[in-house]
Design a protein around this ligand. Structure first.
Ligand SMILES: [Zn+2]
Length: 106
C-alpha cells in the first residue's frame, strides 16, 4: 500500500488525529468523574523531584505501581527508593492506591 503524502492528504490525516485526540480527552474526563465518585482513596499525588525540587500533581493508576517517572523539569528518571514499591511511595505526597487500601502490591 502506498501512502499518500500530498499536503492535502496529510492535512486530512492530522485533522482526523485531532478529532480522535479530543474524543479520548472527553472519554478520560468522564472516567475521572466516575472514579472520584465511587472510590474514596486519593488517586492523585504530588510528586517532588529529589533532584530539582520540581513538583507536579500526577494521577496514580489504581491497579498497578509506577516504577519509573521522568521529571518534567530536569528530565531525570526517578526510581523508587529501596523498600518502596513505586515512585509515588518514595516521592509522592500520598502513598500508592494499593497501599492505601491495605493490599500488598507487586
Ligand atoms: Zn527534577
Amino acid at each position: 500500500m502506498k501512502v499518500d503524502m500530498s499536503p492535502k492528504a496529510v492535512r486530512e490525516r492530522l485533522r482526523l488525529m485531532d478529532e480522535l485526540w479530543l474524543l479520548s480527552v472527553k472519554l478520560m474526563n468522564s472516567k475521572k468523574v466516575k472514579v472520584s465518585k465511587t472510590i474514596k482513596s486519593e488517586y492523585k499525588s504530588i510528586i517532588t523531584c529529589p533532584e530539582c525540587g520540581f513538583q507536579k500533581e500526577e494521577e496514580m493508576p489504581t491497579d498497578s505501581c509506577v516504577f519509573f517517572y521522568e521529571c518534567e523539569n530536569c528530565k531525570k528518571l526517578l526510581k523508587p527508593k529501596k523498600g518502596d514499591c513505586c515512585v509515588f511511595c518514595s516521592y509522592g505526597s500520598v502513598e500508592c492506591p494499593p497501599k492505601q487500601t491495605g493490599n500488598d502490591c507487586c
